[in-house]
Design a protein around this ligand. Structure first.
Ligand SMILES: C[S@@+](CC[C@H](N)C(=O)[O-])C[C@H]1O[C@@H](n2cnc3c(N)ncnc32)[C@H](O)[C@@H]1O
Length: 225
């Protein structure tokens, strides 16, 4: 059992963020990112929401896709841009300083895939709904949404075990950073409600982490408000 609730602590230092996440998660988040990358087709155009230091965008670009990656943190954006320059990926990855609340500026049906790892859990419920609604809008018909994040476990026993691990870390994180994260509830149901077809839901970390892959139908379904 493990929780990513401390992410807010690590985000304060973008220059060491990837290394520290890798160490504390025992390679879990890197393995999830590799699974996401495997599902991306070369030659496609991908949107990454909350790209952090740009690790996933770099991996997707290496697979032959182009990426528009954005993040609300200026420090993360600077780190991601430095990374693209270092790795010669500026032509393949555009990094923008932008919050999810500006996603309405993105063109409809302009991406083959939208990806987000450990981001939705940092948003308010309203921001999460807004981000998901626009993620669906910017996907081309047939395009896929790939999300990986902390989620509420499905059984009572697992929920209790998860809270026992999470609460002390949550308290420390909140004391140090005065911010926290929020495990997602009913993610597949939310995506179905938005008209997507859920293709995969893979749970890990004692049922408290999910990789969810969903597809936008070829024919737009009516999206419920
Ligand atoms: C835990 S980090 C994950 C970074 C990256 N996705 C990864 O998996 O390595 C969460 C990221 O979401 C960004 N973020 C949080 N709230 C955001 C918002 N409202 N709009 C855009 N980015 C946001 C943070 O700045 C941070 O870089």
């Amino acid at each position: 059992m493990f929780s990513y609730v401390f992410m807010k602590l690590l985000e304060g230092r973008p220059e060491s963020y990837d290394r520290r996440v890798e160490r504390v998660s025992g390679g879990h988040i890197r393995a999830i990112k590799e699974q996401i990358v495997d599902a991306i087709d070369p030659g496609t155009h991908v949107l990454e929401v909350g790209c952090g230091t740009g690790e996933l965008a770099t991996m997707i670009a290496a697979r032959g896709a182009t990426v528009l990656a954005f993040d609300a943190s200026e420090k993360m954006v600077a780190e991601a841009r430095d990374r693209m320059a270092r790795e010669g990926l500026e032509e393949k990855v555009t990094v923008q300083s932008m919050a999810v609340t500006a996603m309405d500026r993105l063109d409809a049906a302009s991406f083959d895939a939208v990806v987000a790892t450990l981001v939705l859990s940092e948003l308010t419920r309203d921001e999460e709904r807004y981000a998901l609604r626009h993620a669906v809008r910017v996907l081309r018909p047939g395009g896929r949404l790939l999300l990986a994040d902390e989620v509420v476990p499905r059984t009572t026993g697992r929920r209790l075990a998860y809270q026992a691990v999470r609460l002390p870390v949550l308290a420390v994180t909140y004391l140090v950073s005065t911010s926290s994260t929020r495990p997602l509830e009913n993610l597949p149901e939310t995506l179905r409600h938005l008209g997507l077809e859920v293709l995969q839901e893979e749970r890990s970390l004692g049922d408290a982490f999910a990789l969810v892959v969903a597809r936008k139908p070829q024919q737009d379904k009516e999206v419920e408000a």
